[in-house]
Design a binder for this molecule. Structure first.
Ligand code: CMC
Length: 371
């Protein structure tokens, strides 16, 4: 028998087609339903991009109004979900809290197992609307602050910041947040999206697939990297220490969070857009020290190993400047990626085939019980 070809980590393997987004590492581009992500980030609201990912086209004014109306009507958390969050300790990681809350939202939905497109679209909008409430509820209770009810006069990004911080910040902050959500919304068969598709392929329900996606996203090799970047910045301390710190970390064979990518080897197409938003925040919050640390670490990393930053590198410090607690950075990624995940869940269902690869056995040879 010939040895099967194993591609560790499924690197370079095409698992299926998708019409949701196109990642092209050679041209360093990312298209959502054909549109370059940079153009969407510069011109659209996150709600418009959510609609685009779900429906394949940007919304007309009426379609956008309809989506906004439904999203705004779902923003409050049910008392049962608040109770579920309340029984979790405030020491629980916000990703674990969010994973549990989404699971509870699913358990409370009498239509959880209705996998029609109509029902799954409704669930997707509901999750889009409720994730900010969960993230804000959890951040505020950790600080012993009162919970703020949503304001349906506000856009998605404005309301998210409002329920978290108690006020709508200046436009420059809202814009940077909106850009980050658009950039995080979708990225083809990344680990969490693929996880969601695997779960969907068994004909399990949308909530189960999303809960699985959250679990996959938590890890520091994937979404957890945006939180980890901030821990690295804290560990380094000041800009002048960045190069020495990096030399020590690489000597210990540590992976530097926020750098490298499985698909992009010449730089992540989303970084320049997010870095430009980070620059506006650095200016607004008067934090040149943070920008200097950012630049020094990047210079040392690209100069030495020539490994380039990924989206988590600029978004981590951006979320820090906005005032989010470091462990809530990855839940913000969930808030954005819920759009991509659910678009993929619906695409998987539309042309489903159970995802079930083979494994090549390398354990002990066949043996028998001694009797
Ligand atoms: N720090 C140090 N060395 C690295 C890094 C890094 N961040 N990334 C890659 N390398 C090295 C790696 O050690 C290997 O070197 P060598 O050939 O000497 O062994 C070489 O570069 C090739 O890397 P690889 O591990 O084969 O690449 P991969 O495709 O398996 O890994 C990755 C991709 C994202 C897991 C990895 O780059 C990594 O661990 N990065 C840090 C975590 C991170 O920032 N993740 C976010 C990914 S993108 C956005 C998202 O999903 O959130």
């Amino acid at each position: 028998t010939t040895e099967p070809e194993i591609r560790k980590g499924l690197a370079g393997v095409y698992a299926d087609y998708t019409a949701v987004s196109k990642v092209n590492a050679e041209t360093n581009s990312l298209l959502y339903r054909g549109y370059p992500v940079q153009e969407l980030a510069a011109n659209c609201s996150f709600e418009q991009v959510a609609y685009l990912l779900w429906h394949g086209e940007l919304p007309t004014a009426t379609q956008l109004e309809e989506l906004q109306h439904v999203e705004r009507s779902f923003r409050s958390l049910d008392p049962e979900i608040k109770q579920v969050i309340d029984i979790l300790p405030t020491s629980a990681h916000p990703m674990d809290v969010l994973r549990t809350a989404v699971s509870a939202i699913g358990a409370l939905d009498p239509h959880a197992d209705d996998s029609s497109v109509e029902s799954n679209l409704a669930k997707s909008v509901q999750l889009l609307a409720q994730i900010p409430a969960v993230v804000a509820y959890d951040q505020r209770r950790r600080h012993g602050l009162d919970i703020i009810e949503p304001n349906d006069e506000l856009s998605y990004a404005e309301n998210f910041l409002y329920v978290t911080f108690g006020e709508v910040p200046d436009k420059v902050v809202v814009d940077a947040f909106n850009v980050s959500l658009i950039l995080y919304a979708e990225h083809s068969f990344n680990a969490s999206t693929f996880t969601a598709r695997v779960i969907t392929s068994t004909l399990s329900d949308l909530y189960s697939a999303v809960v699985g996606g959250i679990g996959a996203l938590k890890g520091p090799l994937h979404g957890g990297a945006n939180e980890a970047v901030m821990h690295i910045f804290d560990e380094i301390g000041t800009a002048d220490k960045a190069a020495d710190w990096l030399a020590g970390a690489l000597a210990e064979k540590r992976k530097i969070m926020g750098f490298g990518h499985r698909v992009y080897k010449n730089g992540d197409s989303r970084v320049p857009t997010m870095k430009a938003s980070l620059d506006t925040l650095v200016e607004y919050y008067q934090r040149p020290d943070l920008a200097e640390l950012y630049d020094n670490l990047e210079e040392a990393m690209t100069g030495g190993k020539n490994i380039k930053p990924n989206l988590d590198y600029p978004s981590g410090p951006a979320y820090h400047l906005m005032g989010f607690d470091t462990p809530t950075f990855t839940p913000l990624f969930v808030a954005a990626r819920i759009t991509g995940w659910t678009a993929h869940i619906m695409e998987q269902l539309a042309a489903n085939s159970l995802i079930r690869p083979l494994s090549a056995y390398n354990g002990v040879d066949e043996r028998h019980l001694e009797r």
